[in-house]
Design a protein around this ligand. Structure first.
Ligand SMILES: [Zn+2]
Length: 272
């Protein structure tokens, strides 16, 4: 990536699972974030992932830990949502949350997924927080719930559904993260083209996302390759796209005090 290695602003990975890297990788991953200046939102599959991410966050100003319950884990947590109350308050945004009717075909689990998502959307509304959403195979249902809960600030992760829910979510001003599948899939490239430049964000979904697509986890600088692909899709220069994505993330964060660390990192003052 020598061609774009210099002159890049602070980069954004708005959806990664830093807690899922094995301990043996973690030191190198955190060094990498610092060297490449990659501000990373670490979303959680479950409360334990959030707790581990909180410890990791103490080691790096580039990591922001957020609490979520992934739709795959919803059936287990749906009966114990009250146990999450304390952690909810402290989490500066919520994710990974959402619905997945594509990988979870057993429709008896869909109700649990919806109840867990509604629990988080309701908390996000009450606390004015950003949500980081998974919507595979349930894009219209997710769009519908976001409308019903009046969700104002959302990051839609790895959107891969039909045009209509996409259009509805774009109209509501949500932001969309694109990741490694953008490199290989024309369908994802077409979706990325339909998202206005001012609503684009980048992600890696590390380490599980690349593992799923390519058979192995990636290091955080995967985000640079994603940026390059995104800039090609929108006919922009990579440095220009990187700056656009940084400014988009800053706009999404706004003056939210709970995201001060994230804002500082985006403004380039995370260094030691
Ligand atoms: Zn994820």
């Amino acid at each position: 990536m020598a061609d774009i290695a210099s002159g890049l602003p602070v980069l954004v990975d708005a959806h990664a699972h830093i807690d899922e890297y094995p301990d043996t990788w973690l030191g190198a991953v955190l060094d990498h974030l610092e060297e490449e200046r990659i501000v990373t939102v670490s979303v959680a599959m479950a409360p334990q992932s959030y707790e581990r991410a909180l410890l990791i966050q103490e080691r790096s100003n580039y990591v922001v830990a957020t609490l979520g319950v992934h739709p795959w884990n919803a059936p287990y947590y749906v009966t114990r949502l009250d146990e999450l109350e304390d952690a909810l308050e402290g989490s500066p945004m919520f994710g990974e949350i959402g619905l997945d009717f594509r990988n979870v075909r057993d429709s008896s689990q869909h109700d649990a997924q919806e109840r867990v998502l509604e629990f988080f959307l309701s908390a996000a509304k009450e606390q004015g927080k950003i949500v980081n959403l998974h919507s595979w195979g349930a894009e219209a249902e997710v769009a519908e719930l976001l409308e019903r809960y009046g969700t104002e600030r959302a990051i839609i992760h790895w959107y891969s559904g039909p045009p209509e829910p996409l259009r509805r979510m774009v109209e509501r001003g949500y932001y969309f993260t694109f990741g490694c599948e953008l490199l290989a899939s024309e369908q994802i490239q077409a979706i990325a083209r339909d998202v206005p430049v001012g609503q684009l964000l980048t992600e890696t979904d590390n380490p599980g996302g690349p593992q799923w697509v390519y058979g192995e986890p990636a290091m955080p600088d995967l985000v640079k390759t994603v940026l390059q692909a995104l800039s090609i899709v929108h006919g922009m220069d990579t440095v220009e796209m990187a700056e656009q994505v940084r400014l988009n993330m800053l706009r999404l964060v706004g003056k939210d005090d709970r995201l001060k660390r994230l804002r500082n990192a985006l403004e380039g003052s995370a260094g030691h």
